[in-house]
Design a protein around this ligand. Structure first.
Ligand SMILES: O=C(O)CCC(=O)/C=C/C=C(\O)C(=O)O
Ligand SMILES: [Fe+2]
Length: 312
């Protein structure tokens, strides 16, 4: 098999609260280059590790890991609506393989996914259906979280499964880096918000618009003294990228969840998708990785980065 990896940030605010045109163009160029590389690789399968932001998964039953055999995009934040072309049989085989590797994983035969999964797919492939895909959701915004070492074990099991396939596989991780958008917490939430976090599937268009308006408003003041959200932390982001590039995945096992939330923001845990993606790649042997881009972008509430990797 052949494998390539790309991990990159996503943002709900692209096109809704943009930074200056020079930065938008810079990111567009980075994404165009990444997309050209994907086109050249011509993957036969994409495995995308992604978070969910209370669109598909809620506290009525909140799993840490989910593999989907079928998935529909809810179309939030200007992403496309509709089905992904999921490689259903392979997704089921992967689930069996992971379970047989002593790692528990939930299975969905009908998962709703949000911009956290679809924005990156669209950016790197142009659509939700260009290549067969296996969506894997890793809980990144709904505490409590399992330890980072567990994410590594999960990613490694997925990687060992991919090693059994005779295919060109693109592994994606989407989310992070440091950031804290206004995603509500269930602890101490008023009833209305708690009810939404427990069972808020399929919001009305008005409720969806209100959510998006709150995020846009937060983006307008993010990084200023008016914002109550934890600011971006470029130093933390660059150290994390360096850890991945240097292949020091062992050191991630002991990442302190509370400390990361405090110094880099609560949604920084979307890096769990990057950790799983790199662990999958590392399960196939030594790799070489390259930081393609990094810039902290307040308007997008994103420590925005892109890292690529492949076997050495
Ligand atoms: O319900 C909402 O829309 C709450 C806000 C939200 O989901 C924000 C998501 C932000 C990201 O995806 C991100 O910054 O990673
Ligand atoms: Fe996100």
């Amino acid at each position: 098999m052949q494998i390539q990896l790309k991990c990159l940030s996503h943002t709900p605010l692209r096109g809704l609260n943009d930074p200056g045109a020079d930065i938008v163009q810079e990111v567009d160029a980075v994404l165009a280059q990444a997309r050209a590389e994907v086109e050249a690789f011509d993957p036969e399968l994409i495995v995308v590790f992604a978070p969910d932001h209370y669109n598909g998964l809620f506290y009525d039953l909140m799993p840490q890991f989910v593999i989907a055999t079928a998935a529909d995009s809810v179309g939030d934040y200007q992403t496309q609506v509709g089905p992904l072309s999921v490689a259903s049989d392979l997704a089921l085989e992967m689930t069996r393989f992971v379970l047989n590797s002593d790692v528990d994983v939930a299975l969905s035969h009908r998962l709703q996914v949000d911009h956290g999964c679809t924005q990156t797919l669209e950016e790197l492939t142009g659509s939700l259906t260009r290549y067969p895909v296996i969506p894997i959701i890793i809980n990144s915004v709904a505490p409590p979280f399992g330890p980072y070492r567990r994410v590594r074990k999960f990613g490694e099991a997925v990687g060992r499964f991919l090693a059994t396939l005779n295919k060109r596989v693109l592994v994606l991780g989407t989310g992070g880096l440091s950031h804290e958008p206004p995603v509500p917490l269930i602890a101490n939430a008023p009833d209305e918000i708690a009810n939404f976090l427990i069972a808020g599937r399929n919001p009305t268009p008005e409720a969806r618009a209100a959510r998006q308006a709150r995020t846009i408003a937060a983006g307008k003041i993010y990084g200023t003294s008016d914002s109550p959200q934890t600011p971006l932390n470029a130093e933390w982001d660059l150290a994390f990228i360096d850890t991945l590039v240097q292949g020091q995945l062992d050191s991630i096992d002991d990442f302190n969840i509370e400390e990361i939330s405090r110094v880099a923001g609560r949604s920084t845990h979307e890096i769990r998708t990057w950790v799983a993606a790199f662990s999958a790649l590392a399960a196939l042997g030594p790799y070489e990785a390259h930081k393609d881009y990094y810039r902290p972008i307040n308007e997008w509430i994103a420590g925005y980065g892109l890292v690529s990797a492949q076997p050495r």
